[in-house]
Design a protein around this ligand. Structure first.
Ligand SMILES: Cc1cc2nc3c(=O)[nH]c(=O)nc-3n(C[C@H](O)[C@H](O)[C@H](O)COP(=O)(O)OP(=O)(O)OC[C@H]3O[C@@H](n4cnc5c(N)ncnc54)[C@H](O)[C@@H]3O)c2cc1C
Length: 524
């Protein structure tokens, strides 16, 4: 069976891309809805016309244009804009596709003997410059290591409810294999379709479930990895342990700088059978925030609990007429909207609905309606980003977390800073994750941008938003990771002694700083 090939830029597979007419129709619809953006999308540069810098060295790995272009960068807004235009400033010199841990060891050895840097590559969906193939000082070149050949569920333990899964398995790939056992990891980042278990662990990814186990951290039981020098790192399978600092925690969020993750035991569960969901409208965002806090602080643990500003709700539910009816759709969109869902343990739903009503919420229970439309929009969003780039619309998202007592003022401050830097367009907020002591606001930026000015406009918005987040006490990222783009802010956020400790760990494990140079921290 021929392997399905990913599009070499943007989102999805080559065989599922829209025809030019469809793309034009989508662009026209979006432009009408937004009030800006070209109805005539810019055509993508064909692979045959892509010109890459020649490799710095001969490698025994793939050196064709598709392989090098597809592994040159991640999928941030600017990556998508560059890819559309056939621009790949940092292609790797070769791309290795190991099919086993032993083959991976062989790649690491080959690179080690020649002082070649190595970029671990999962799904390549990084939005922070995490997979750019840029060598560090003294390196002879860069090899990207695509882990897609390690994509199996190797073992299932139905008693403890855990599974041993290889790092290159994508969301649909691992879920299909777990389904054969009636189990699920139930971890759904928006990039689920293309991102991998290894990438999730390396970036401490966040799934779309709003409370409880929202980060992959909580699902990891043990990790197996190879260091740049080929040493095996394997932690014990344990439900919990108080034996010193956690070796798993050290790899969680290490962003490919300390070791290449090859597999992990993760906590799985039976597929949920009972569900209750509702959309709740609130007169304003502040009332919705208070209701959200009441729900999580009451310990009710909804599977989904997202709060959308009216403007974001309007955008998300634009096509809702068929699900909720024109009138009710319009009404919902003039208000803040909460998508609230319970799974398996659904009894707390009534209490949660009462708490929402006590904060002025109008509860509309049932399938479809707002939650159905929200789900559709969530799944469609990764594809729309390519269209936005082609129609001259700057589309960026950034996310953070902050404690409840600072949240309302914080959201206003960050939005104002980003909006001022953006100029024409809009900055919208939704709260994607709720914790007993705080929550994670997620911002969407959409605005018209002239072709060729994308990097400059994006840079100004990103800097303004990041400064505002840091200045007001938030984290530079709740789940998108640090990569290269967040480096300057992460450097200021973390305690300095911790930076020393990270560098010392790096020096011990990867003395020639060959794994993912420039990502997360400076080795020296
Ligand atoms: C449209 C879109 C939606 C997104 N939605 C979400 C979301 O809902 N939640 C979220 O958390 N993130 C989201 N992201 C960001 C991204 O998907 C995550 O960071 C994801 O975890 C990356 O996984 P990946 O397999 O694609 O890793 P890659 O992008 O390939 O790599 C990410 C980083 O991890 C390292 N790495 C990858 N695999 C390994 C490995 N096996 N061993 C060691 N290091 C490794 C890489 O070197 C790199 O530094 C989104 C991105 C896009 C484009």
């Amino acid at each position: 069976v021929a392997e399905r090939r990913r599009k070499y830029w943007g989102w999805g597979y080559e065989d599922e891309q829209p025809a030019p007419d469809e793309l034009r129709a989508t662009a026209a619809g979006l432009a009408d809805h937004l009030g800006f953006g070209d109805r005539e999308p810019e055509p993508a540069v064909a692979l045959a016309d892509v010109k890459l810098a020649p490799p710095r060295l001969e490698t025994p790995y793939a050196q064709d244009t598709w392989s090098r272009a597809a592994h040159a960068q991640g999928r941030s807004y600017l990556d998508v804009v560059r890819g559309l235009r056939g621009e790949f400033p940092h292609p790797p010199d070769g791309v290795a596709f190991p099919g086993s841990e032993e083959e991976l060891r062989g790649v690491l050895d080959w690179c080690g003997e020649r002082d070649v840097a190595v970029v671990p590559f999962g799904g390549g969906t990084s939005v922070v410059g995490g997979v750019d193939a840029i060598p560090g000082p003294g390196h002879a070149g860069v090899v990207a290591v695509n882990l897609r050949g390690l994509d199996r569920v190797l073992e299932v333990d139905p008693v403890s409810r855990a599974a041993r899964i290889q790092a290159g398995a994508t969301g649909p790939g691992l879920e299909a294999q777990l389904a054969e056992h009636g189990l699920t990891l139930r971890f759904y980042p928006q990039s689920f379709e293309l991102s991998t278990l290894g990438g999730w662990i390396a970036t401490r990814a966040g799934g779309h479930f709003a409370t409880g186990t929202t980060h992959i951290d909580d699902l990891v039981e043990s990790v197996r990895a190879l260091t740049a020098e080929g040493e095996l790192w394997e932690s014990r399978r344990l439900p919990a342990s108080g034996a010193g600092p956690s070796p798993d925690r050290m790899l969680l969020g290490s962003e490919g700088t300390l070791a290449v993750i090859t597999e992990a035991w993760v906590r799985v569960q039976p597929r949920p059978e009972r569900r209750r969901s509702a959309t709740v409208t609130f007169p304003d965002f502040a009332a919705g925030l208070e209701a959200m806090r009441a729900v999580v602080q009451a310990g009710l643990r909804p599977a989904n609990c997202r709060l959308l500003e009216p403007e974001e709700a309007r955008l998300t539910l634009a096509g809702e007429a068929s699900a909720g009816g024109e009138a009710s759709g319009r009404d919902r969109c003039s208000k803040a909207l909460m998508v609230l869902g319970f799974e398996e343990v659904v009894e707390p739903a009534d209490r949660a609905f009462d708490l929402c009503r006590a904060h002025g919420g109008e509860v509309s229970e049932g399938r479809g309606g707002g939650s159905g439309a929200w789900r559709e929009a969530f799944l469609r969003a990764p594809y729309l980003r390519d269209t936005f780039a082609a129609m001259g619309v700057l589309s960026e998202t950034f996310e953070t977390a902050i404690t409840w007592e600072r949240l309302p003022g914080f959201v206003a401050q960050v939005k104002a800073a980003a909006a001022q830097a953006l100029g024409e367009g809009s900055v919208m907020c939704r709260v994607t994750h709720a914790y007993p002591d705080g929550a994670a606001p997620y911002f969407t930026v959409l605005g018209p941008v002239r072709r060729g000015e994308e990097a400059d406009r994006w840079g100004r918005v990103k800097a303004a938003a990041s400064e505002a987040i840091l200045g007001a006490g938030g984290t530079i990222t709740h789940h998108h990771a640090v990569g290269r783009d967040h480096r300057p802010y992460y450097d200021r956020q973390r305690p300095e002694p911790f930076a020393h400790a990270l560098r010392a760990a790096k020096a011990a494990l990867d003395p020639r700083a060959r794994l993912n140079p420039g990502v997360l921290f400076d080795a020296r």
